[in-house]
Design a protein around this ligand. Structure first.
Ligand code: NAD
Ligand code: TYD
Length: 339
């Protein structure tokens, strides 16, 4: 089989490619990635010379180029990880989020309709459900929770989700959708909470916590997400949505304190800064469906995953050191300079 993976030079997409090569070496992987600021070809170094892997530097919004790749590669399955993925950047400038996350998804599905595929899988997020109040720990997102978004990012992902279901109903496209909670692990771009705090700690820089740090996220080790996407892609039912999460809710401030502790850095580095606009309070996934129907459960406990992740950032300073010295510097200045 040939599996076309978009966004494979980013955080979750690259981990998914490594997962596929390790667990399904008989399947070819074709990666399509525009290599935006968040995509790094060096991340894919372990597979670049693998005869079962092929890379195309292509924008998923470029219809002609995408169709040419489908014609050449004839993928059996397509998994769409490609997206603009950072909420803060979407608040700064929503336009590219609409382009990549909505139009790009439609172009890929049109290619799937034109050339025929066994499955189009859309990688979505729990953020499409909006947020939950902190004082209702009994509430969780299920697949039936109404879509109710907060940020331009989550709205663009929700719009794509609606299009995916519409292509299924209208054109009978064999789609599936997964909505995962916050991921952490190797190769995450250091603009996101966990790698940003690790990188800043290691440079003895202030640790910018938004608001009071009381917002809650449901953290899942990236490999567990990859395992779930692989299961849905191969065994999930067509036309279905699967929530993915490991019941690991934590407050931001507790994560930051834990990172300080693990790296033997003083908590005095923590700096409370102006809150994010429209900041979602709590995300929490009910993963009953994927557990019941596909027998999925996460393998990695947060206490192990976070230590493994910190170790990875310590051992791979070259990877993130290069990133934090480029465009990231001006982004960081814009985002945190006057906060
Ligand atoms: P990321 O920002 O690390 O990577 C995105 C990748 O997509 C990059 O390699 C980038 O170059 C590529 N890309 C962006 N625009 C493109 C375009 N127009 N054409 C082709 N490639 C393009 O993101 P991530 O954290 O790996 O997230 C992957 C997917 O998972 C996204 O769809 C995101 O919404 C979803 N998701 C992420 C999380 C999380 O915690 N990171 C949680 C749930 C869902
Ligand atoms: P993030 O990693 O951007 O993921 P998302 O917003 O998609 O959940 O942020 C996770 C949480 O951490 C979120 O509540 C915002 C907060 N946060 C900070 O407090 N400081 C920061 O510098 C960043 C990047 C995030």
């Amino acid at each position: 089989m040939t599996i076309l993976v978009t966004g494979g030079a980013g955080f979750i997409g690259s981990n998914f490619i490594f997962y596929e090569r390790a667990h399904h070496p008989e399947d070819r992987i074709v990666c399509v990635d525009k290599l935006t600021y968040a995509g790094n070809l060096s991340t894919l170094a372990p597979v670049l010379n693998d005869p079962m892997f092929r890379f195309y530097k292509t924008d998923i919004c470029d219809r002609k180029a995408v169709y040419a790749i489908f014609e050449e590669e004839k993928p059996d399955l397509v998994v769409n990880f490609a997206a603009e993925s950072h909420v803060d950047r979407s608040i700064e400038n929503p336009e590219i989020f609409l382009q990549t996350n909505i139009i790009g998804t439609a172009v890929l599905m049109d290619a799937c309709r034109t050339f025929g595929v066994g499955r189009f899988h859309q990688v979505s997020t729990d953020e499409v459900y909006g947020d939950l109040p902190l004082d209702r720990p009994d509430l969780f997102f299920t697949e039936e929770t109404p879509i109710h978004t907060s940020s331009p990012y989550s709205s663009s992902k929700a719009a794509a989700d609606l299009l995916v279901m519409a292509y299924h109903r209208t054109y009978d496209l064999p789609v599936s959708l997964s909505r995962c909670s916050n991921n952490y692990g190797p190769y995450q771009f250091p603009e996101k909470l966990i790698p940003l705090m690790i990188a800043n700690c290691l440079s003895d820089k202030p640790l910018p916590v938004y608001g009071q740090g009381l917002n809650v996220r449901d953290w899942l080790y990236v490999e567990d997400h990859c395992k779930a996407v692989d299961l849905v892609l191969r065994k999930g039912a067509v036309g279905q949505v699967y929530n993915i999460g490991g019941h690991n809710e934590m407050r931001n401030i507790d994560i930051v304190r834990l990172i300080c502790q693990e790296l033997h850095k003083p908590e005095s580095l923590i700096t409370y800064v102006t809150d994010r606009k429209g900041h979602d309070m709590r995300y929490a996934i009910d993963p009953t469906k994927i557990h019941r129907d596909l027998d999925w459960l996460p393998d990695t406990k947060f206490s192990d995953g976070i230590v493994r992740t910190i170790r990875w950032y310590l051992d791979n300073r070259d990877w993130w050191g290069e990133i934090v010295s480029g465009e990231y510097q001006s982004y960081y200045e814009r985002m945190y300079g006057n906060r």
